[in-house]
Design a protein around this ligand. Structure first.
Ligand SMILES: [Zn+2]
Length: 436
């Protein structure tokens, strides 16, 4: 990928270079905070950095980068792209150019370009290849200047429903049942792990025609057929939940469960409604242990907790260049895959017997990364009668894990192996993800 082109296109010059000259670049359509960037007053800055900024963002979008970073590194600025959760180094540009690009993107996002000591965040409405994008611009002071992070969101791609997230039909039905009964259903994960996306998928997975569904507090997103509840200002969470139950609300998305006080309220107010929310925790067994401590009464947690779900993202093999191989049965047994599997897939490896000259054609689809896109591995901790009995004894996390295993519930590792067996990802990628 070359950064150098995209300068002003000459209409009637040089035919051979036309492909490069006509490269489509991202269109910036204004700051989302409504601030009108003063391009005239900043004409020098705009001429120094705008075209380059467009090229860098366009390169990022071409590579499907969720993040583009520009940061000062010694005498130069380093560009990097984060694709499917993994960072790749891009070009190094001069420090002045890095500064100009940073300042132009801040200007376009409606930020204060004179302020360079305080972190700022804004967003630019954008369009590329007839697709709308939201480009979030985050600036942070860093050694040698400012570090810029650009987050891109393709507004056409929806990762919203359980189907979109790759839930199996069986898991979908179990989850729907657990999330519809009176009690507490939790979406577990550390912030930034996709936990909020999963929460919305769970909300979309419940039957909105047979239930009265409400949300409490700021959700950041509008859900079809789900009403944000307008409580009385000054009401406590407990009072608000009580009010919703009185108007027959029976599924309620509540604010995140982050402390003992909220835990106590949720477990008290869930006798007539299913309360669904997210809880920051390493994994479902650790979340149960934390709940037991916060709520204080193991009997209540054991009776009223209906299930916990978590997810982890994994990269999918590029379907254009993935390489099939025949695994041996012993190896399959060792990693826990069905021994009768005939074929697995991996990122293409150069054949060691080949002469170095015959390098394979680079893959255009994935830029030779070997992976394209991500999918979710899912884990559902089901509150079976045996699990409820165990939770009532205030167990530690390892006892809960042992019970999960005993009852053969779906775990992240097992779901990962399902994806390997289906050829969607590789064993190498599974190892990478679980090592991290
Ligand atoms: Zn490929």
């Amino acid at each position: 990928m070359v950064f150098g082109f995209g300068r002003r296109a000459d209409d009637d010059d040089d035919d051979e270079e036309d492909d490069d000259e006509e490269r489509e670049l991202v269109l910036f359509q204004g700051a989302l905070n409504g601030v009108q960037p003063n391009m005239k007053e900043n004409a020098r800055l705009v001429s120094a950095g705008l075209m380059r900024a467009k090229e860098i963002v366009t390169d990022g979008l071409d590579r499907r980068a969720g993040q583009i970073r520009i940061e000062p590194k010694g005498e130069r600025s380093q560009i990097s792209f984060v694709v499917d959760g993994l960072a790749f180094a891009g070009d190094r540009i001069s420090k002045q150019e890095g500064l100009a690009v940073t300042q132009v993107l801040k200007l376009l996002a409606g930020l204060d370009i004179k302020e360079r000591k305080v972190p700022q965040q804004g967003a630019i409405k954008s369009e590329y290849s007839e697709t709308p994008y939201e480009i979030v611009v985050i600036s942070q002071p860093a050694e040698g200047g400012e570090k810029l992070t650009v987050r891109t969101t393709n507004l056409k791609v929806k990762l919203d429903t359980p189907q979109d997230l790759g839930f199996s039909e069986e898991l979908r039905q179990k989850m729907r049942a657990a999330a519809s009964d009176p009690g507490v259903f939790l979406i577990v994960g550390m912030p930034g792990s996709g936990v909020t996306t999963l929460k919305f998928a769970v909300m979309r997975g419940v039957d909105c025609f047979t239930h009265q569904i409400f949300t409490v507090g700021e959700t950041g997103k509008k859900l079809d057929n789900i009403t944000p509840f307008k409580g009385n200002p000054g009401d406590s969470l407990q009072m608000t939940l009580g009010r919703i139950v009185r108007v027959d609300g029976d599924i309620i998305m509540t604010p995140d469960l982050k402390d003992a006080e909220t835990a106590k309220v949720l477990f008290e107010e869930c006798e007539k409604a299913s309360l669904i929310t997210e809880m920051p925790a390493k994994d479902p067994p650790s979340a149960v242990v934390q709940l037991l401590e916060w709520v204080g009464d193991p009997a209540i947690v054991s009776q009223r907790l209906n299930g916990l779900i978590t997810q982890k993202l994994i990269r999918m093999l590029c379907t254009e260049c993935r390489q099939a191989y025949r695994p041996n049965a012993q190896f399959l047994k060792k990693v826990g895959l069905p021994e009768n599997l005939k074929v697995l897939y991996r990122k293409p490896k150069p054949d060691p017997d080949d002469e170095e000259e015959d390098e394979p054609e680079p893959c255009e689809k994935c830029n030779d990364v070997g992976y394209f896109g991500q999918t979710a591995m899912l884990e559902l901790l089901e509150m079976t009668p045996e699990m409820r009995a165990l939770v009532a004894t205030k167990p530690d996390a390892s006892a809960i894990r042992a019970q999960v295993k005993k009852e053969k519930m779906t775990t992240l590792q097992q779901d990962a192996l399902r994806l390997v067996a289906e050829g969607k990802t590789s064993l190498e990628e599974v190892q990478r993800v679980f090592k991290a």
